[in-house]
Design a binder for this molecule. Sequence first.
Ligand SMILES: NC(=O)C[C@H](N)C(=O)O
Length: 331
Amino acid sequence: TGKKPHIIILATGGTIAGQGAAPDRAGYEAGKLPIKELLAAIPGVEKIADVTGEQISNVGSQNMTIEIWQKLDKRINEIFAKNEADGIVITHGTDTQEETAYFLNLTVRYDKPVVLTGSMRPATAISADGPKNLYDAITVAANPATNGRGVLVVFNEGIFDGRDVEKVNTTKVNAFAAPNLGPLGQVYDGKVFYYLNSIRAGNKSTPFDLQKIQSLPKVGIVFMYADAVPLTIDAFVNAGYEGIVIAGVGNGNFNKAFYDAVDKAVKKGVVVCRSSHVPAGRVTLYDEIDDDKLGTIVSDDLNPQKSRVLLMLGLTQTKDKKTLQSYFFKF
Ligand SMILES: NC(=O)C[C@H](N)C(=O)O
C-alpha cells in the first residue's frame, strides 16, 4: 500500500458551485460556493486521494476569459514543475468547458492528469450531479492510466478528451459528448476503463508554451445561415482582428456575399478558417470552395469555438497558412 496520490482541485466556478432556492433551478446563480463546500459534499474521497483545493476564480463559465485561462495554465504548469501534485481536477461551468479543456490541452507542458468537470444542476438542487462528477473526476485524475492522455473532461460517468469533447445538451445531466470520436472511456463505481486513445497531439508536443507568449491575437467567429449578410466579417476586419472563423453551413460553406467579404479580408492579411455549425463531421479542403484560390484554411473536425482557440494560439507562432493548416490536422 503506497502513498495515496495527491490531487489539487482548481476551482473556477460554474453551476457545480451554483446556489439557488432548492429544489428549483430558476434564478440560480453559478459560481457562488467556495471549493471547501464542494469537497464537503464528497465524503469518502480521502480513500482514493489526498485532496486539496485552490480557488482560481468563481464565475459562471459564460464569463470565462482568456485571462483566467492564462492564470489556470500558469498554475497547472507550476504545480507539475514543482511536483506539488500527481494530478489536477478543475471545476468549471459547462457552457465554455470544451473551450477551456482544449486551450489547456494545447498549452499545458506536462503529461500528468488534468481533468475538468462541472455539473448541470446547482449544488442546492434535488439530485445535484456535481458531487458525483467531482468524485469521478478525482478518481480519473488519481488513476495512473490517465497519464499521457492530455487534458480530459469527466462528466456523467463518461471520460472525454479535451480536443473532441463538446457540450451537446442545454440542460440535461448527460451534457457532453465527442460527436466525431466518442468517449475515451468510462468511470464507474470508482473504477476507470479506457477504450480508445486520441491520436491528436497535445501538451508539450505543441509549440504553444504560454511562458513565451505574452498575449493572444484577436480571433472572431461569424455565423452563416440562409441569406446572411457579412456585416460582422467587415466589422472584425475593421477592428483589427487577425483571424476569423466562419461557422459555416454544411462542409464549411457560405454564400456569395460572405465569399466576397472573406476574399477582401484575406487580401488584407486576415487568416480565415472555414468551420461548420453542423454538429458532426469534418470540414474538408477544396470541396465547393477552392481554398487555394480564396486563401482560406479549414478546421478539420473542430467546431467553430475550438477552431478559434487553435487559431489564436497558432497565430502567436506564424501567419503562414500552410503551417496554420498543419496545426488543424495535427492538434
Ligand atoms: N451548467 C453550467 O455550469 C452552466 C453555467 N452557465 C456555467 O457554465 O457556468
